[in-house]
Design a protein around this ligand. Structure first.
Ligand SMILES: Cc1cc2nc3c(=O)[nH]c(=O)nc-3n(C[C@H](O)[C@H](O)[C@H](O)COP(=O)(O)OP(=O)(O)OC[C@H]3O[C@@H](n4cnc5c(N)ncnc54)[C@H](O)[C@@H]3O)c2cc1C
Length: 487
């Protein structure tokens, strides 16, 4: 299927007639008819169709319409269950958000997909989505001192040197993660490793000052400090990328031409779920075999709930009974990076070319990284990231001051920013596991709690922190829910 209308809204229903979302398509019934195992669940669901469900009652409620929630909803409706998706924002997608800036379609959140990410890649193929390949930079501004002082390098030369320094950091990753989709395969090896931060690892390497400058931005840009990122996190991604610098570098190349939100939309379109936007869930109460969910003054009931909001948001919802400590502690600690800001900039300058820039953690510039997006006759459109807590990336003049520390004289004409940590429905950006999370609370928070299951890319076994992980976790949570409901 080709997605033609990326901005079309999911099917929304205002209190549909009882049972309407239980209707099964003819295609589904025919498919199921040939499968013994499925026939039972279809029969159960079909008989459910006849049964008039009370108003606002569903088999399952999914909280959140990001990749994880959409994937869970699709899997559950495919089992013949009636599903209501309650989404807090007035849009679907969550931490993916296709928007516009300076007349261009841009991504304020998740952007790139890659064939090394099997689940998201499969969606792209299945929905016949065209991909745009972003050309790499030709000029890269890189630090020459730890606190500032940038120089422009030929990008290829620079990345070749960086590869030589960074690759040894992950020597051993083939032993630590022989099957990166089953990260606990060699728990005996990763248990001690998981105590180390990337900073600890850098210190072990005894790099020269020059090597440290090449390695630091590559390890600190995701959280703003190599000390807050677990060695096992970056090593895990390294393993998922085929254990190479080239593999890791290549995953930020292709983006769906119609935008990332369209990908979530395509998944939701395949579900038969009812989606209600602008419905922030405030309470979830379990009583016997019924779960009550309240959003904007309305209470909905279901036999089970998939909580598909970011880990950082768990503590914003009141659960009765309360969630186990592993959940509440991890939500307090946070997995989504709270300082994460992504901003699009329209910049002008002489001979800018297709440039990128990176900063070391202790840098004087509050801009962590800049990536090229588009060169135009009226300047360049570039992507900026920051992890500086005190930086207001929505202020054009402040952004220009910070960018001029890296590229003197550059003019920032306009800026558009999303501060993911300040967004109440994310409370953080991309997820990064701190030391101890992998072998600590992760497995506990992947498990159901009574009639609740939990889905988010933040806790995926494979591509945690990526769109692919959202699909994986949504599918897993839907499978758990199906078992709980006995379908
Ligand atoms: C700036 C940025 C860049 C990124 N770049 C990439 C990239 O290039 N490639 C990649 O693969 N990944 C990237 N990621 C990561 C990727 O976007 C996420 O991992 C993924 O989208 C998370 O999906 P999710 O469903 O787990 O969570 P979310 O997308 O956060 O979805 C959760 C949903 O729950 C909703 N919600 C929250 N609270 C409530 C409530 N109380 N009631 C109802 N609904 C609620 C939210 O509004 C949201 O829609 C990036 C992320 C960011 C922030």
């Amino acid at each position: 299927m080709t997605i033609e209308n990326a901005s079309s809204q999911p099917r929304q229903a205002e209190d549909p007639p009882a049972g309407i979302s239980r209707r099964l398509s003819r295609r589904f019934l025919l498919k199921a008819a040939g499968t013994t195992a499925l026939t039972a669940s279809v029969a159960a669901a079909t008989s459910g169709t006849a049964r008039a469900l009370p108003r606002n009652t569903y088999d399952v409620i999914v909280i959140g319409a990001g990749f994880a929630g959409a994937s869970a909803a699709r899997k559950l409706t495919a089992k013949g269950l009636s599903v209501l998706v309650l989404e807090a924002r007035n849009r679907i997608g969550g931490r993916v958000w296709t928007s516009t800036f300076a007349g261009e379609q841009v991504e304020m959140g998740g952007t790139w997909v890659d064939e090394k990410q099997p689940l998201v890649w499969q969606e792209v193929q299945k929905h016949g989505m065209a991909l745009t390949a972003d050309a790499p930079p030709t000029r890269s501004y890189f630090p020459t001192t730890t606190t500032g002082g940038w120089q422009a390098f030929d990008s290829m030369d620079l990345f070749t040197r960086q590869a030589q320094v960074v690759t040894p950091l992950f020597e051993g990753s083939r032993d630590w993660f022989p099957d990166p989709y089953k990260p606990f395969t060699r728990e005996d090896l990763i248990r001690d490793l998981d105590k180390l931060s990337m900073r600890d690892r850098l210190n072990q390497m005894r790099f020269s000052a020059e090597e440290e400058l090449l390695a630091d931005p590559a390890t600190s840009y995701l959280t703003g400090s190599a000390s807050t990122m677990g060695l096992t996190e970056l090593a895990h991604w390294w393993a998922l990328c085929g254990h190479s610098y080239e593999g890791y570098g290549s995953i930020n190349t292709y983006r769906p031409t119609v935008g990332s939100t369209a990908l979530v939309q395509a998944i939701l379109n395949e579900s038969k779920a009812t989606v209600k936007l602008s419905s922030p869930v405030t309470t979830v109460s379990v009583s016997g075999s019924q779960v009550s969910v309240t959003a904007k003054g309305t209470t909905y009931t279901a036999r089970g709930v998939v909580v598909a909001v970011p880990v950082n948001v768990w503590n914003s919802i009141q659960f009765a009974p309360g969630l186990p400590t592993e959940f509440t502690s991890l939500s307090t600690q946070g997995l989504g990076v709270r300082t994460a800001q992504k901003f699009m900039m329209h910049v002008r300058g002489s001979n800018l070319g297709r440039f990128s820039a990176e900063s070391p953690a202790a840098s004087s510039s509050k801009i962590t990284a800049v990536f090229p997006f588009k060169e135009r006759s009226d300047g360049n459109i570039v992507i900026g990231f920051s992890n500086a807590s005190s930086f207001d990336a929505s202020n054009r003049s402040t952004v220009q001051t910070e960018l001029r520390k890296i590229i003197p004289g550059i003019e920032v004409v306009a800026v558009s920013t999303q501060h993911w940590g300040q967004d109440p429905y994310s409370k953080g950006g991309w997820a990064v596991r701190a030391p101890g999370v992998l072998t600590g609370p992760l497995r506990a928070v992947q498990q159901p709690v009574g009639r609740l299951t939990f889905a988010t890319s933040d806790i995926a076994n494979g591509w945690n922190g990526y769109m692919d992980g959202g699909i994986e976790s949504g599918n897993t949570a839907a499978g758990q829910m199906a078992s709980i409901l006995g379908v």
